[in-house]
Write a protein that binds this ligand. Structure first.
Ligand code: NDP
Length: 449
């Protein structure tokens, strides 16, 4: 079962929990990974001898800083900024920045920890990191958000570098915020070092497909899962939680491949549109007007808005949680199972609880963990870094082909590793073992660092 830790690893897990009290999301991510590693360590005892697990669980560096800023009325606010530089054995720290009021060290640490394994799965030379702030951008003016980004970067810039640490966006940080962050970095360092941050706009060093990459990559991964079983997305009914960057481009690609998304959501409620979600309307509401998903039902006949609705209660073949951590619990998983859902793939980071994952596995529902299924975003960030290094820009088609090939490789690695280690079809074990072995073996090769 996911979450059951081998007895050799149990004391290590408890020691990490003791040393990182109260960081529940980090503990959860750790438990999820550790519960896969028993069989891998039995075949590679050197990794235990060299204390690779203990070293992996301790971030190389954690930076916490004050972010003071002024609102439009001149009132001063103080937020807390974070950057966890977790592991650089594979390459410079790479991982997004999240601006959300629920951000604290435990959230950033779980995200950075997951990022180590996700980045290893991409096959690129990038290490794991993550950052953010407990800043709530909702209801703030453009000027306020710009001032916040400038203050945030005024501290963060000294810890970044093309070969050191390369952030990107995450929830609450899109191309607009990356622009303000990069602008301030450029000003402070007097250098146009575009390789220092990814998710940039196309006119100033960005890459085609980066905006779409996490959602498109997720759907490619789902397509790979189905193809391995002689099936495909065409004709499938899907629900996609959230209506942000990942959700929007997930829905767009599902429709392009002949599936139908009948529901999406935000933190206030759910829209159910049995005729198929109008993705352009969602983009208009969320990307252009920065409004609420409730507005969708006002503009689209036949659709229904359910305040505080339960998206997992809507019948579907495929469910794609693309909003936030722990949004899919046991009740949600049971509702999906009862309604005949056959595949769940995580677009968000850790959206399913351990109990939900086990319920899905036991019911024979195919399940893909976020570290594999949503890796298309960071993989395309690595493609952006390649283009920046060469001062080049590839076409949309070429970049998307690269993304599709990367997702195919990640799928193969998870699928084959799960078979090799005696748990065929268990993508969680496959992803954890495959990525852990890549990172662990490199940690041994580079010595005690
Ligand atoms: P956005 O901020 O663009 O969108 C998040 C969406 O989720 C919003 O619609 C938000 O609604 C909604 N949401 C938040 N909490 C809930 C909730 N409890 N119930 C329902 N909806 C909710 O973020 P992203 O799309 O970029 O990120 C989403 C997830 O994907 C995160 O877990 C992130 O870490 C992960 N991810 C993102 C990548 C990327 O490239 N952007 C890459 C890999 C993973 P509201 O507006 O009400 O807050």
């Amino acid at each position: 079962m996911i979450g059951d830790i081998d007895e050799t690893l149990e004391p290590i897990f408890h020691e990490v929990v003791r040393r990182n009290r109260g960081e529940t999301e980090f503990h959860q991510a750790l438990r999820e990974v550790m519960s896969s590693l028993g069989p891998a360590l039995a075949r590679h005892p050197k990794l235990l001898e060299r204390k690779v697990i203990q070293r992996l669980c301790e971030p190389e560096r954690q930076i916490i800083f004050r972010v003071p800023w002024q609102d439009d009325q001149g009132e001063v606010h103080v937020n807390r900024g974070f950057r966890v530089q977790f592991n650089s054995v594979m390459g410079p720290y790479k991982g997004g920045l999240r601006f959300h009021p629920r951000v604290y060290l435990g959230v950033i640490k779980f995200l950075a920890f997951e990022q180590i394994f996700k980045n290893a799965l991409t096959g690129f030379a990038i290490g794991g990191g993550k950052g953010g702030a407990d800043f709530n951008p909702k209801g703030r003016s453009d000027d306020e958000i710009m001032r916040f980004c400038q203050s945030f970067m005024t501290e963060l810039y000294r810890h970044l570098g093309r070969l050191t640490d390369v952030p990107a966006g995450d929830a609450g940080v899109g191309t607009r915020e990356i622009g303000w962050l990069f602008g301030q970095y450029k000003r402070l360092t007097n250098s146009y070092e575009s390789g220092v941050i990814t998710g940039k706009g196309l006119g100033w060093g960005g890459s085609h497909v980066r905006t779409e990459a996490t959602g498109y990559g997720l759907v490619y991964f789902v397509q790979n899962m189905l193809e391995a079983r002689d099936d495909d997305i065409h004709g499938k009914t899907c629900v996609v939680s959230g209506s942000g960057n990942v959700a929007i481009y997930t829905m767009e690609k599902i429709h392009a491949l002949g599936g139908k998304v009948v529901a999406c959501s935000d933190s206030d409620g759910v829209v159910h549109d049995p005729a198929g979600v109008d993705v352009e309307l969602v983009k208009e509401i969320k990307e252009v007007r920065r409004g609420r998903i409730e507005e969708y039902a006002e503009h689209r006949t036949g659709s229904e808005y359910q305040a505080d609705g339960n998206i997992w209660g809507i019948r579907c073949d495929i469910a794609l949680p693309c909003a936030t951590e722990n949004e899919l619990d046991t009740d949600g998983a049971q509702a999906l199972i009862d309604n005949g859902c056959t595949l769940v793939a995580e677009g968000a980071n850790m959206p399913a609880t351990l109990e939900a994952i086990n319920a899905l596995h036991q019911a024979g529902v195919l399940f893909a963990p976020g570290k594999a299924a949503n890796a298309g975003g960071v993989a395309t960030s690595a493609l952006e870094m390649q283009q920046n290094a060469a001062r080049d820009m590839w076409s949309f088609e070429h970049t998307e082909q690269r993304l599709a090939a990367i997702m195919d490789n990640i799928h193969r690695c998870c699928y084959e590793t799960a078979e090799e280690y005696g748990t065929p079809g268990n993508y969680m074990h496959g992803a954890n073992i495959c990525s852990f072995l890549r990172v662990g073996q490199e940690m041994v090769a580079l010595g005690l660092t």
